[in-house]
Write a protein that binds this ligand. Structure first.
Ligand SMILES: [Ca+2]
Ligand SMILES: [Ca+2]
Length: 688
């Protein structure tokens, strides 16, 4: 009734729309599940702990595993691929509607919906949904923006990374004082300055406001003021990640966030399959803290201390925003939401990285340690600490296991929520924010946007709820990691791997894989995931025909090969699969109604071809130890040839499916893309 009055009766004497809450959505970047005090962490976060104590914490809330897809999903109320951001900001073209790298015309945003309901709309912080003309925050419903249009960069340098939109708006002076210097730039503090400005603008205009405050903390490069780092450095050196994991485990139980009989899993593995970098730890568990030499432990303790300082400082910035709301007497009727866009970041092994996200790591010692976190430095803290950050869940950001997708989630709204410090134990997802905010604001979700039909919301409102099992499915896919959850059952896989099955009610941290004992359930849930993927425009990477290069290409030098795959819907010509180019490599392509198998050695190509039947067919191609070539398409006869030997050198161009990246292996002009679905790709090397 109150909401109806707010919409229909319009304004109070003050000019303010009656009854509508102010709304602040706060997003952290790469924050682990148990980093906050109110989620079991040792990092000091009194402000967020206070919001949790006066509101509600969700124990099973999900994001979409990575920056861009979560932001697209949160803002649109759709699954990321539906919104056009199935991966990151690369645009794969109109043939790949789920992978356009930015929000598409057929989705709306929280800002557009709330703006249409009379809200003043502003955004401060990290956008990461592309900076092209026409897709910036101010093109997608936010009247004011200050922050970072891209994904990540220094917290210490404003130019060229941070900007104010619309163009021509005045740039303010900063209140932040770092190292005793007033007016200095530190992104987290400056975000609070702008947030307070924008809330003030809305009040002066007599309008309720929607503020989206998306911190780039604690994403790498890890940067924080020294005064905050020193609070943590000695403690992390003394305790290390093993003690921290145990302490967090005890606290998440004491807080009632997880079942009392839950066991702390082994340290998570350092994933090998998606590892861009050779590391001695790839495919193995993170090492025990005390097995590391003291110098390494000091280096890693400093890295974690900088990370903790970023979180600590972010809590302080949120504190300034909350204090401003409180001073105006608006805490009662302001809906504040806090969550993280993905789990803690493991890139790419236990030692972290320096310079950029890649293979370089520097062991800093002595006075050099003080440089970590300061202007000019660029580093991250690695998989050992990320594992502690996600306690008690497995794996990390990027993946669809719980450590990648489960986020802390706090809602605080005394006027609208019954909870005061309680929990919601039913599963939630970032797609739920749209229906929640639409309901809270008395807004209307549109059917059309500039004449384009808008897809219906995928989520469900969060203004009421409790312990009951969420009906329906929650589905996930990011760069080949997949999951589907129905009730307490969860089917999940790493990229290119088989499905794992868990019953999260009794096994929330995915320790007992039931896939072998419940094959029927695996099959049924896999079919549900496939149907969701087809409905939402997911192109599973193992199948994508868009021609993405496969990471960790097979080592083929000097080895016999067996390539197997299935092609579906091949209407024309193009490359099915290729590894290598003009010097060395092998490829399968379709041309003139035939499938060609090419092996190129030292620049010289040998090819054989077999007729295909129809648009769907399986292919098996072999290169034997003696250079013998075989090709079989569908149930046709095996065609034979002779390459003259094995491919002696590992090709420079990686394995690509659906096109030939770089230079061409076969007799065609690269990339020669194939319009078809290529699935079940297997490249076996060696004698088998
Ligand atoms: Ca992130
Ligand atoms: Ca190539």
């Amino acid at each position: 009734m109150a909401l109806v009055l707010g919409v229909v009766a319009g304004m109070e004497a003050s000019g303010r729309a009656a009854e509508k809450p102010d709304i602040v959505v706060i997003l952290a970047d790469d924050l682990g599940w148990s980093d906050l005090g109110c989620y079991g962490g040792e990092i000091r976060t009194p402000v967020l702990d206070g919001l949790a104590a006066g509101g509600v914490r969700f124990t099973q809330f999900y994001n979409s595993a990575r920056c861009c897809p979560t932001r697209a999903s949160l803002l649109s109320g759709l699954y990321p691929h539906q919104a056009g951001v199935g991966s990151m900001t690369s645009d794969l073209g109109p043939g790949h509607p789920g992978y356009r790298g930015t929000l598409q015309p057929h989705c709306t945003t929280l800002a557009e919906v709330l703006g249409a309901a009379g809200y003043h709309t502003s955004m401060v912080g990290k956008w990461h949904l592309h900076n092209r003309e026409g897709v910036k925050p101010t093109d997608r419903g936010f009247a004011e923006f200050y922050g970072m249009l891209g994904g990540y960069n220094s917290c210490w340098e404003e130019k060229p990374f941070y900007s104010r939109w619309p163009e021509g708006r005045a740039v303010r002076e900063y209140t932040s004082a770092v190292a005793g210097k007033p007016g200095s730039f530190y992104a987290t503090d400056v975000f609070a300055d702008y947030a307070i400005d924008f809330m003030g603008e809305a009040r002066r205009a007599g309008r309720p406001y929607f503020l989206y405050l998306a911190f780039n903390a604690p994403h790498f490069p890890l940067h924080a003021p020294e005064s905050d780092i020193v609070k943590y450095e000695a403690m992390y050196f003394e305790k290390g990640w093993d003690v921290i994991r145990e302490e967090r485990m005890a606290r998440v139980k004491a807080l009632g966030l997880v079942p009392q009989d839950l066991k702390l899993p082994e340290r998570s593995e350092v994933p090998a399959k998606s590892h861009a970098v050779p590391s001695p730890y790839a495919g193995k568990a993170n090492p025990a803290w005390l097995t590391l030499p003291e110098e390494r432990r000091r280096d890693l303790a400093r890295r974690m201390a900088v990370y903790a300082a970023m979180v600590d400082r972010m809590d302080g910035a949120i504190g300034r925003v909350v204090a401003d709301i409180r001073e105006r007497g608006r805490m009662e009727n302001t809906l504040i939401v806090f969550l993280s866009d993905n789990g803690a970041c493991w890139e790419w092994d236990p030692y972290g990285f320096d310079g950029s996200s890649g293979p370089k790591n520097v062991l800093h010692a002595g006075d050099e340690l003080r440089r970590l976190g300061q202007p000019g430095d660029y580093m991250s803290y690695g998989s050992g600490w990320a594992n502690a950050g996600n306690t008690p869940w497995r794996l990390y950001k990027h993946f669809c296991h719980e450590g990648g997708i489960r986020t802390p989630m706090i809602m605080h709204w005394p006027a609208g929520l019954k909870e005061r410090g309680g929990f919601r134990r039913d599963a939630g997802h970032v797609i739920d924010l749209m229906p929640t905010l639409v309901a809270a604001a008395g807004a209307k979700y549109p059917e059309e946007r500039f004449g384009v039909r808008v897809r219906p919301m995928e989520g469900r409102g969060l203004l009421s709820g409790g312990d009951a099992v969420r009906p329906g499915l929650l589905c996930f896919e990011h760069e080949g990691s997949r999951a589907v959850r129905e009730g307490d059952w969860k089917l999940v896989s790493l990229k290119g791997d088989r499905w794992e099955l868990y019953e999260l009610g009794s096994d929330p941290n995915e320790m007992r894989d039931l896939a072998k004992t419940e094959p029927g359930r695996v099959k049924a849930m896999a079919a549900q995931w496939e149907a969701w993927a087809a409905r939402c425009g997911v192109e599973y990477e193992g199948k994508r025909s868009g021609g993405e290069e496969v990471k960790d290409s097979p080592r083929v030098a000097g080895k016999p090969l067996v390539v197997r795959l299935t092609v579906e819907g091949a209407a024309g010509d193009g490359v099915i699969l290729a590894q290598g180019g003009r010097e060395h490599g092998y490829a399968l392509h379709v041309s003139g109604g035939r499938v060609h198998f090419t092996v190129r050695r030292d620049g010289k190509a040998e090819a054989i071809a077999a007729a295909r039947e129809g648009e769907d067919f399986a292919v098996t191609a072999r290169l034997g130890a003696d250079g013998a070539m075989e090709l079989q398409v569908g149930s046709g006869a095996v065609v034979r040839g002779q390459a003259g030997g094995l491919i002696a050198v590992q090709p420079k161009d990686g394995l690509s499916v659906g096109e030939d990246t770089g230079s061409a292996v076969g007799d065609y002009a690269a990339p020669f893309p194939l319009k078809a679905k290529v699935s079940g790709v297997s490249v076996k090397t060696g004698d088998e």
